[in-house]
Ligand binder design. Structure first.
Ligand code: GLY
Length: 393
């Protein structure tokens, strides 16, 4: 057990069974699951919900985001996506919130012949994994989504890739966690010894690096939000992910008229929005769905994904610190991985038995030794983020 923490604010159980550092979706869902099972839980965050989830589009896309060489990650994404319908229903019930959960499926499209060739290589890989990718005839594609530009050469349907609105999800999780008895403390944790608890869960996104020495680095993503004039629903209902003249863009329509357009993937640590990124995102978006040129541009934003060397999350006890569990490094998959992360980490805390699903994602896979005093580990935090390349998601 950790000791020596500061005096707890009034109303905070002392010492809690579980301290969660980070009130993003992952931290809040772990807090909810633990509190609902009778543990005393405190969540620490100076600004709950203000991290990557505030920027995220909310795609639940284990199929469309199954990439070459990432089959273990794909397995975890698939397991989590399968939990999403029940998780969303339970959360909506407990919190009383509408999460904006939609099961309309995802269309993956290619604009030019070269784009389509690249897309087909990925679809073949995904189908080879047994994932449900249905290649569509051009007429089927148009029937499904008439808003697509006539120039779009071809597409495929990932019917099981759904979406949720992260800006609805985070407050709902907070309500659920608090109703289950968890306490939120608005304050930053700079060192693990700042908190006292039986178990500390580090769900601090990019902040996990400085706390633990784990190789989590910021990966910048720039995102736009458009709105259909008059607040009517967008003229398309699927999530659309496309290659457009070599650039990759996704378009996520919401019932209230919003369309999220994303995203850059940049090895950068700033959160400025660049004119070039906005230009390229908009060009790619309008190339695929021309009506978007008539929409209002209501928000431009950049966030920092918590990236890891193998693009997969880090889940489980730190080497030599069984009382400190990592639940971080979710990179581009924080929203879809929320249910499985919460279940696996809360089960581990309750039972002491790691689920086999955790095995590929443990902190010790990087061969790092946890420093004696976590919290002063910044020197090992970068994870090799030296490039200033910008590429497209
Ligand atoms: N998963 C989408 C993104 O990271 O941009």
């Amino acid at each position: 057990m950790l000791t020596g923490g500061p005096a707890q604010p009034a109303g905070v159980p002392f010492p809690p069974d579980v301290a969660v550092v980070g009130a993003g979706p992952v931290g809040l869902a772990i807090a909810w699951r633990c509190a609902a099972r009778g543990l005393r839980v405190v969540v620490h965050d100076p600004a709950p919900g203000s991290g990557a989830a505030h920027v995220a589009a909310g795609m639940l896309a284990p199929v469309a985001e199954a990439y070459f060489g990432e089959h273990e990650l794909t397995g975890l994404l698939t397991a989590s996506a399968a939990r999403w319908p029940a998780f969303a229903a339970e959360l909506a019930d407990v919190s009383g919130a509408d999460l904006g959960y939609r099961a309309d499926g995802t269309l993956m499209v290619g604009l030019t012949a070269d784009d389509l060739a690249e897309a087909r290589r990925l679809w073949a890989y995904q189908q080879g994994l047994g994932l449900p990718v249905a290649v569509l005839r051009p007429s089927e594609l148009r029937d499904r989504e008439p808003a697509l530009a006539p120039r779009v050469r071809g597409g495929a349907l990932a019917a099981t890739d759904h979406q949720v609105d992260p800006r609805r999800l985070v407050p709902a999780l907070r309500t659920a966690a608090e109703r289950a008895g968890a306490t939120l403390v608005a304050g930053a944790v700079r060192r693990l010894s700042d908190v006292a608890a039986g178990v500390t869960v580090v769900a601090a996104g990019c902040g996990a690096a400085a706390l633990t020495g784990l190789p989590v680095r910021p990966v910048k993503g720039q995102v736009l939000r458009l709105r259909a004039p008059g607040g009517v629903a967008p003229g398309f209902r699927h999530v659309i992910r496309g290659y457009a003249d070599g650039e990759h863009v996704y378009l996520v329509p919401r019932a209230g008229g919003e369309v999220v357009v994303g995203a850059t993937v940049e090895e950068r640590t700033d959160t400025t929005v660049s004119a070039g990124a906005v230009l390229r995102l908009l060009r790619a978006a309008v190339d695929l769905v021309p009506e978007l040129a008539e929409y209002d541009l209501v928000e431009t934003l950049a966030g920092l994904r918590p990236g890891t060397p193998d693009n997969a999350p880090i889940l489980g006890p730190l080497t030599g610190r069984p009382d400190v569990l990592a639940a971080t490094g979710h990179h581009r998959h924080g929203i879809v991985l929320t249910p499985v992360t919460a279940d696996l980490i809360s089960d581990l805390i309750l039972t002491g038995e790691p689920d086999p699903l955790l095995a590929p994602f443990t902190p010790d896979r990087f061969g790092l030794v946890t420093p004696d005093e976590p919290g002063v580990a910044g020197a090992r935090a970068s994870g090799g983020a030296t490039m200033k390349e910008e590429r497209w998601n």
